[in-house]
Design a protein around this ligand. Structure first.
Ligand SMILES: Cc1ncc(COP(=O)(O)O)c(C=O)c1O
Length: 342
């Protein structure tokens, strides 16, 4: 790659606190997850006959569906660890799940629906002692919380460019030096032989610059996101007394506010506020029935609480006026719906 790209690879490496040769560029976060889980599991099987994968039911489908595919089509055994009501994995459960033939543990750093941050450092201490690979999906974390691979102690870590203001269509997989990992695509030797195909230089450059900015403005960004998110939460609480926060109250991404509105469907509420608020619900709708998302089901939310769930998020450009406007629109939509239901 051109030499200015080499400089940007170093920038990405600096943000993650790793060496440039531990950075693999991929086509997206999903590809990084696939490479980590599939490549890590297959290499461990080849090297030491490992046949067992540990993950959680709240992972992004790029991890969870990959792990389930390895179970269903490649004969791996799979343990999906429970999470508590706030979406946290208990490191003791990881320790109990490990077996002599465990190939890989994959636990996300922060969840994409509820924002809960996992105790990755504690989990890494356990996997490292057992000699098992640890992958974490940090797609949602970069630019919002520190992502330092050495502090975290992980062997494999996923980034998705568009989550920190790079373009869509570019991702990174951090691969700790010496980590056994098999490529999942056959081809030429680009990206240390792990991701064949000619790199798209403009996308890599964009990701490098975005990573540099994310690193430089992290504490400022965190403060802004927290201020906007907590203001939104406070305004909603003022107008909707029984609104309930989902996810962990403090171990949570600063941009994420996942709440359940009482006595309404989150989907209807958002439809009613669509002219003013762009947000998504925490549940998917299938054939007219409201199926609870896998994340909310894993938290054990009661059905009416899950039905009223809405995932609100703020970004760096979000202003205080927009927060006031959004809160007023959501509160008005809630009042309209609850009056209708009486
Ligand atoms: C936690 C998490 N992992 C992986 C991905 C996939 O990233 P991409 O859209 O770049 O494939 C996303 C994006 O939605 C995500 O939120």
């Amino acid at each position: 790659m051109p030499c200015f790209v080499t400089i940007l690879v170093r920038t990405v490496a600096d943000v993650l606190n790793c060496a440039p040769d531990e950075i693999i560029f991929t086509g997206c976060g999903s590809e990084s997850d696939n490479l980590a889980v599939r490549g890590g599991a297959l290499a461990a099987r080849e090297q030491r006959g490992a046949n067992h994968i540990v993950t959680t039911p709240i992972e992004h489908p790029a991890v969870l569906a990959t792990a389930r595919h390895l179970r269903d089509h490649f004969g791996f055994e799979l343990t999906e660890l429970p999470v508590d009501h706030e979406g946290r994995v208990n490191p003791d459960d990881v320790a109990r799940a490990l077996r002599p033939d465990t190939a890989l543990v994959s636990v996300m750093y922060a969840n994409n629906e509820i924002g809960t941050i996992q105790p990755i450092t504690e989990i890494a201490a356990i996997t490292r002692q057992a000699g098992v690979l640890l992958h974490t999906d940090a797609a949602q974390s970069t630019g919002k919380i520190a992502v330092d691979v050495n502090e975290l102690g992980v062997d494999l870590l996923t980034l998705a460019g568009h989550k920190f203001y790079a373009t869509k269509g570019v991702g990174v997989l951090y691969v700790r030096r010496g980590t056994p990992i098999a490529g999942v695509l056959a081809g030429a030797g680009q990206e240390h032989g792990l991701r064949p195909g000619t790199e798209c230089v403009p996308l890599v450059v964009g990701l490098g610059v975005a990573a540099q900015l994310a690193g430089e403005r992290l504490s400022q960004a965190q403060a802004h996101l927290l201020r906007m998110r907590d203001r939104l939460h406070a305004l909603l609480q003022q107008n909707i007394p029984d609104i309930r926060l989902n996810g962990h109250p403090s171990e949570r991404l600063p941009n994420t506010l996942h709440v359940s509105f009482p006595s309404v469907s989150g989907e209807e509420l958002l439809r009613s506020a669509a002219a003013d608020v762009a947000a998504s619900v925490g549940s998917a709708c299938h054939a007219g029935s409201h199926a609870v998302s896998g994340v909310l089901a894993a938290l054990g939310l009661e059905p009416p609480v899950a039905a009223g769930a809405v995932r609100l998020s703020v970004g760096l450009p979000t202003t205080e006026d927009e927060i006031e406007h959004a809160a007023a629109a959501l509160a008005a939509a809630w009042v309209r719906h609850t009056r209708k239901g009486r």
